[in-house]
Design a protein around this ligand. Structure first.
Ligand SMILES: *Cc1c(COP(=O)(O)O)cnc(C)c1O
Length: 390
């Protein structure tokens, strides 16, 4: 692996496990549950972690190691853990770092299952949380309690595409000694690197833009050694390990992350501009669109706006359903970050477990539609959206 810090595109391609005796050019797949020892003494030393190396694929594997190493380079992190899903990663961050009596301050606009972990699962172990509203950062400090241990953020948020000032949040976390975690799934390290703004840890659902082709579920957490050691301990013994096959896919996918993200952004910008001017649309939300209320902030912390656009159709749920049913090329699915453009109605699907009030609070109205813009020709995407809008 190169020690030197290369440019992003180069690190995404050239971070690679050393070649085996076969002199293969592309990293092979290591489908093995365990690894062998030279001797009884070697086995003892490996288990004592006196010698670095692979013992058992729940702990580490060359494919997961390559994926983690690459993500660390791309996010500017010291250490990482790969997980079987994005949610295993979110749970790993929370359960690996928090204990009974601790409190989490989280941005309100969170991925649906992250909300379920905070509101339904962690309270069983005496871990409480408070939501902070994106629109009123001046009130966040008052929400910090003596037992607050963590600041958990998602920016841009799903599906509302609201932003949080990462640098400002970093100062807040530092002033109150909070572990600062950012779910960077929507932006990817190509567009936004939270650690540069003070985050301790960055969490990803690799299922989305990292795989980028809608094939596999997985996740990864990267960040400072201090906190990652605890998460690694938790993961090694509770077992949310990423499969070597999925790690192999993700590491290869990362080679094309920069070119894919550029095209996702190109297509999303064109679509956001089209929707912003359409007579059947109340509003469009896209971080780099001229109408986004946080456009200045978007430009400060992201290089481009990402691959997700959302908009509110005039006529509420009835018209939203009609639009979704009329799309012909665009896929009806709940995923995002795929080569294929996907349309989702958050209120009735991904965010249906929230109460009406909770949805209102994060702007998930009945007419809100999320489009995860793919890599097809933008004219074909617009063509389909235009005919479906009627
Ligand atoms: C999809 C997603 C997750 C969960 O990831 P899975 O891989 O589906 O478990 C977490 N956070 C965000 C922002 C997501 O979009």
């Amino acid at each position: 692996m190169p020690d030197k810090k290369n440019h992003f595109e180069t690190d995404a391609i050239r971070t690679q496990t050393p070649t085996t005796g076969e002199r293969e050019h592309s990293t092979p797949l290591y489908m093995t549950s365990s690894f062998t020892f030279d001797s009884a003494e070697h086995a003892r030393a490996m288990f004592a972690r006196e010698i670095e190396g692979n013992v058992y694929s729940r702990y580490s594997n060359p494919n997961t190691d390559e994926f983690i190493e690459k993500m660390c380079r791309l996010e500017g992190a010291e250490m990482g853990v790969a997980t079987a899903s994005g949610m295993a990663g979110v749970f790993g961050c929370l359960a690996g770092l928090l204990g009974q009596g601790d409190h989490v301050l989280a941005s309100r606009s969170l991925f649906g299952s992250s909300h379920q972990i905070l509101s339904q699962i962690l309270p069983r172990w005496g871990i409480s949380f408070t939501y902070a509203d994106v629109e009123s950062p001046e009130k966040w400090e008052e929400l910090i309690k003596p037992n607050t241990k963590m600041l958990f953020l998602e920016t841009p948020s799903n599906p509302g595409l609201d932003l949080i000032d990462l640098k400002w949040a970093g100062k807040l976390a530092k002033a109150h000694d909070l572990i600062y975690i950012v779910d960077n799934c929507f932006a990817t390290p190509y567009l936004q690197r939270p650690i540069e703004f003070g985050a301790d840890l960055v969490q990803h659902s690799a299922t989305k833009f990292i795989d980028g082709q809608g094939r596999a579920i997985g996740g990864v957490i990267v960040g400072s050694e201090k906190h990652m050691e605890d998460i690694q301990f938790f993961a090694r013994h509770t077992g949310p390990a990423l499969s070597p096959f999925n790690a192999w896919l993700f590491s290869k996918s990362l080679e094309t992350l920069p070119v894919r993200m550029e095209r996702h952004c190109d297509n999303a910008e064109v679509l956001a501009n089209f929707l912003g001017d359409h007579k059947h649309v109340n509003f469009v939300k896209y971080p780099f669109h001229k109408d986004h209320p946080q456009l200045e902030l978007a430009k400060k912390q992201m290089t481009r706006g990402g691959g997700v656009v959302c908009f509110e159709i005039k006529g509420g749920y009835e018209k939203a359903k009609l639009f979704i049913d009329k799309t012909s090329m665009v896929s009806r699915s709940a995923n995002l970050g795929d080569t294929r453009t996907i349309v989702t109605h958050p209120a009735s699907t991904t965010h249906s477990k929230l109460t009406e009030e909770e949805r209102q609070a994060v702007g998930i109205t009945p007419g809100l539609i999320r489009i995860a813009v793919g890599l097809e020709n933008s004219k074909d995407i617009i063509g389909d959206v235009e005919q479906a809008l009627g």
